[in-house]
Design a protein around this ligand. Sequence first.
Ligand code: TXA
Ligand code: MG
Length: 327
Amino acid sequence: MMDREGKDNRSTLIGTDITYAAELLRQGELVSIPTETVYGLAANALDEDAVRKIFAAKGRPLTNPLIIHVAEIDQVSDYAQQIPEAAYRLLEAFSPGPLTLLLPRRTIVPDVVTAHLPHVAIRIPNHPLTHSLLSALRLPLAAPSANPYGYISPTSAQHVYKMLEGKISYILDGGYCAGGIESTIVGFPEGIPTLYREGLITKEAIEAIIGAVKRKETNQPLAPGMSVSHYSPRTPLILSEDIDARLAEYQGKKIGLITYDDYSEKLSEKDQLLLCRDNDLSAAASRLYAAMHEMDERGYELILVRKLPQQSLGIALNDRLNRASHK
Ligand code: TXA
Ligand code: MG
């Protein structure tokens, strides 16, 4: 039974028991699953009541649709139809991996999953535990990121526990997510390959496989109900290229700085987290959300983040940080 806050009376367990996770999912319970991007909050996608529990646990509006996760490429056509050839080329190139395709849905996919939209978002995650779970289940799993709506996505089982303890039955612990930010979403409206969300696979990498891809304006909502403010810590966050100027501007405040390449000399190193050195944007991606979680726990008045280079993976990282900084 859920109480008014969506809290469950039972405690949340953390472990690596795939058989137990599969049993809970078959019974219509929620399980948090590791992926190569971020942890997901999963339910049997074909069970409407189970899927509704995801929205309740996250406090997510029912107008914001969910991605479904399957084990193998040949399962994609069980849930989607009129799949363009370019979609298959992307699947061959990047699946399993951080690629989500928006494709015309089949009616077997419940309305609650797609928020009544004509398309379904589908991906094949690349994580050994979740792959074994999906293979054992032979069911699609609907799973958004396992954070309360609007908050920072989790990249460890401990992040999920901190945010959803008491609201879900089980967290399948697959360690830290190697990728660290969400999948890249590609759709084909009127046959035109379109990037709906920047993610771990860069636009250039997609274009190397299928040619030119259109980019959706970043401040344009992806779907009804998708807010601009997202991925946000409770502590106000400011993204800036000029950290020295911001440190001067907010002098006297307790500031935590997330930066890269080198520490700022204007702030004690204990108040700084370094995402990467030598422009290693993959390393920065794998650490970004963990750094945001940690800074949010330290009790600063302000989190400053040095804007990453606006190229390659830096585009996706700055996109998340921009949304995190909207108040
Ligand atoms: O890496 C990921 O994609 C992670 C892991 C857990 O797989 N999942 C994830 O899910 O990021 P979520 O719900 O946090 O973000 C999915 C995005 C949302 O912005 C949603 O609006 C959009 O995908 N989306 C899902 N289904 C859609 C649909 N049918 N039409 C349009 N947008 C859709
Ligand atoms: Mg999310």
